[in-house]
Design a protein around this ligand. Structure first.
Ligand code: ZN
Ligand code: FE
Length: 254
């Protein structure tokens, strides 16, 4: 069984890209391609040659550098079979439940619409790693640009069924903003208080708070805690179903 190496790098104002490298096969994938120069610099720093690009969704901060990166590395581009806006340069289109070989392991595709309708997440079971795009953030979740709350709630439930130890790479450093909202709607959550302290210390030191684990998110991310009695009590909704609770949280977050 191949072991993969991961290298996260920042780009634009708050995005993260990740390089995924297989020492066994020499292959390297980049998750999204919002900035070709940043990806090329990260590849050079690691002395890895890009062979694949995994695209999560069509937004420009994930695709603007795609054609440049593809041309300069001759990489194979894997991306959504579901189209909300066309993505130029896709070689292989994948959908929910698909799996493909990369670097000596299998990559599973989860369709997680809500932020966009074309959102695909990439899960590598043998490494316990998920690339969540703009679906699940540390202590937050993606804004609903194309899907409704019910669609997003179903997508998050797909992620919630993965093992708790799954390492979650999301695409943005939104943690402290998310934390401010999380503590408002879940003020008595001790795990959340501890996590916010740690996140503040990391950011004060200019360190990333990404990746996290799914278990941490389940304990502290209000959008995964719509079934929590304390959060429900705080919102005091007449319909306090999990979906209605999630919907209200998403509205209040703005
Ligand atoms: Zn996006
Ligand atoms: Fe984004």
């Amino acid at each position: 069984m191949s072991e993969l190496e991961f290298h996260q790098f920042p780009y634009l104002s708050d995005n993260y890209g990740v390089l995924v490298h297989s020492p066994a096969t020499g292959e390297t994938a980049c998750v999204d391609a919002g900035d070709a120069d940043a990806a090329m610099a990260a590849l050079a720093a690691k002395s890895w040659n890009l062979t694949h690009i995994f695209v999560t969704h069509h937004h420009a901060d994930h695709t603007a550098g795609l054609m440049d990166l593809k041309r300069s590395t001759n990489s194979t581009v894997i991306g959504p079979a579901v189209e909300s806006r066309p993505i130029e340069g896709l070689d292989q289109r994948v959908n929910d439940g698909d799996s493909f070989a990369f670097g000596g392991v299998h990559v599973q595709v989860l369709h997680t619409p809500g932020h966009t309708l074309d959102m695909m997440n990439y899960y590598i079971p043998s490494q316990g790693v998920l690339f969540a795009g703009d679906t699940l953030f540390t202590m937050g979740c993606g804004k609903l640009f194309e899907g409704d709350a019910e669609t997003m709630w179903e997508s998050l439930n797909k992620i919630m069924r993965l093992p708790g130890e799954t390492v979650v790479y999301c695409s943005h450093e939104y943690t402290l903003e998310n934390a401010e909202f999380a503590i408002k709607v879940d003020p008595d959550n001790e795990d959340l208080k501890q996590r916010i302290k740690k996140a503040k210390a990391l950011r004060a030191d200019n360190q990333p708070t990404v990746p996290s684990t799914l278990a941490e998110e389940l304990a502290t991310n209000p959008f995964l805690r719509a079934s929590d009695a304390n959060i429900k009590r705080g919102l005091a909704l007449t319909d306090d179903s999990d979906l209605a609770t999630f919907t209200e949280l998403r509205i209040q977050r703005g």
